[in-house]
Design a protein around this ligand. Structure first.
Ligand code: FAD
Length: 426
């Protein structure tokens, strides 16, 4: 008979079985201490989940292992025997201007606009960062008005950072910029986390509703009962901490709540279609087009690993508005964009019943990943500060000042929190 909750008293209780929670639980176990993970969903992985409803792996959340050279998940995936592909090396790019391919001269202009953006961010961040109170928005620092500036801004803001450049702290943006190679996991990133969670004591469908952390031991309460632990690592997204979706008792310090509110989650909506083989594109093909200021950019990635898949992404406010309208509106928007780029015949060749994501509506996420508001780059460090001498540690992608917004950052923050919790137990 499984032990009742009252009998389980782990050294460390981990709340959430996403990347940060899995990392923390593994680290605690490896240190020879007992651990228990409580996860509100009926699955592990959090914002990293691989869907198979299309008959092939489709990552609804995280899809790339960024900064591959120093991403802790790359060697872990390899050790599990999971096949990885360097999607940068394999990528074919197609850029359109209107409904025709961009000319060589236009592509050179596009490359120059990317370089100018990068140079402006680095120069301005070096000249005055958060430390001296000059942390402006990214929009205030980058070139505008050139033929490709709005397209680069839409990529760097809405698609990559999940919010428009006006809302992003320059210091945070520069400090968390993605560098180097991006790898894809053939079986899906969600599959990687399912494998990494194997053997961990995880209770699914167990939402923590209240956490007492003022005494010598912490007590987590929910429909599962009550569980006592020597230390707690809570890996909720910053959106849920700011909204006080979990009742901390005593309440979290105001500075911590403010830090979470300064790290809102942006929005990206993905639609995955079968039928990409009919588009006549090479594998690992990335398709974009020049957009005007204020126009939503749809970033498409076709045929990863040669699969019959077209993943269409839109980010920022356009994604939020479309998600609010519903799945049919998102699907219609993406089909119209496919028709514009490849013709109506191609749009009709895409299979019915695509997979449409709903991260904003997801009550356990309320967005995709965090960005820092202008002037608030220090919030990540504040959120990651251990509380009660390490007996309560917050972790998750929003807490990592270098790889924020990514599974690598979430993993790293889980490791750091585990160290602090273990030290508190000692
Ligand atoms: C559309 C999209 C695209 C992305 N693309 C990439 C990418 O290509 N590369 C990349 O590196 N990253 C990407 N990311 C970001 C990446 O997925 C996240 O940074 C990472 O998965 C966050 O991990 P985490 O552990 O911090 O949080 P989560 O994965 O959100 O885990 C937190 C867990 O806590 C649980 N929880 C919440 N409240 C409670 C409670 N009260 N009780 C119990 N459990 C609770 C949640 O259910 C969740 O499982 C993407 C995300 C999205 C959504």
């Amino acid at each position: 008979m499984p032990p009742s909750c009252a009998e389980i008293q782990p050294d460390v209780l981990v709340i959430g079985a996403g990347a940060a929670g899995i990392a923390a639980a593994r680290a605690v176990q490896q240190a020879g201490r007992s651990v228990m993970v409580l996860e509100a969903r009926d699955r592990v992985g959090g914002r990293a989940v691989t869907d198979h409803r299309l008959g092939l792996p489709f990552d609804l959340g995280a899809a790339w292992l960024h900064n591959a050279a120093d991403n802790p998940l790359v060697p872990l995936a390899r050790a599990l025997g999971l096949a990885l592909a360097d999607s940068d090396a394999l990528r074919h790019e197609r850029t359109l201007v209107g409904d025709r391919p961009a000319s060589a001269a236009e592509l050179a202009g596009y490359d120059a606009a990317w370089d100018a953006f990068q140079a402006a961010v680095l120069a301005r961040a070096a000249a005055g960062g958060a430390a001296n109170g000059q942390d402006c928005s990214v929009a205030a620092a980058v070139p505008q008005g050139g033929p490709w500036d709005a397209t680069v801004a839409a990529w760097q803001g809405d698609i990559i950072a999940a919010a428009p450049l006006e809302r992003l702290s320059l210091a945070d943006f520069a400090g968390t910029a993605l560098n180097g190679r991006n790898m894809m996991v053939e079986a899906g990133i969600g599959t990687l986390f399912t494998r990494l969670a194997e053997g961990l004591p995880i209770r699914l469908s167990s939402m923590v509703e209240r956490l007492e952390w003022g005494g010598a031991q912490a007590v987590a309460h929910g429909a599962f009962g009550s569980i006592r632990a020597g230390a707690v690592i809570a890996t909720l997204p910053s959106s849920l901490i700011a909204a006080e979706a979990l009742r901390f008792d005593p309440p979290l310090p105001v500075a911590v709540l403010e830090a979470a509110a300064d790290l809102p989650l942006g929005q990206v909506a993905k639609v995955g279609f079968r039928g990409a083989d009919a588009l006549g594109l090479p594998e690992f093909c990335s398709i974009d087009r020049q957009v005007a200021p204020g126009e939503a950019l749809v970033a498409m990635s076709a045929r990863p690993f040669g699969r019959d898949l077209l993943a269409c992404h839109v980010g920022g406010d356009a994604a939020a508005a479309l998600e609010a309208e519903g799945d049919a509106a998102l699907e219609a928007f993406m089909r119209a964009e496919v028709a514009r780029r490849f013709g109506h015949q191609a749009a009709r060749a895409l299979a019915p019943k695509p997979i449409v994501t709903n991260w904003l509506r997801d009550p356990m996420a309320r967005g995709v990943y965090s960005y820092a508001r202008p002037g608030r780059a220090a919030a990540r460090g504040l959120l990651a500060q251990p509380l009660a001498g390490g007996r309560l540690c917050l972790a998750g992608e929003a807490c990592d000042a270098r790889l924020a917004g990514t599974v690598g950052g979430a993993w790293q923050s889980g490791m750091v929190a585990a160290e602090a919790a273990l030290a508190a137990l000692r």
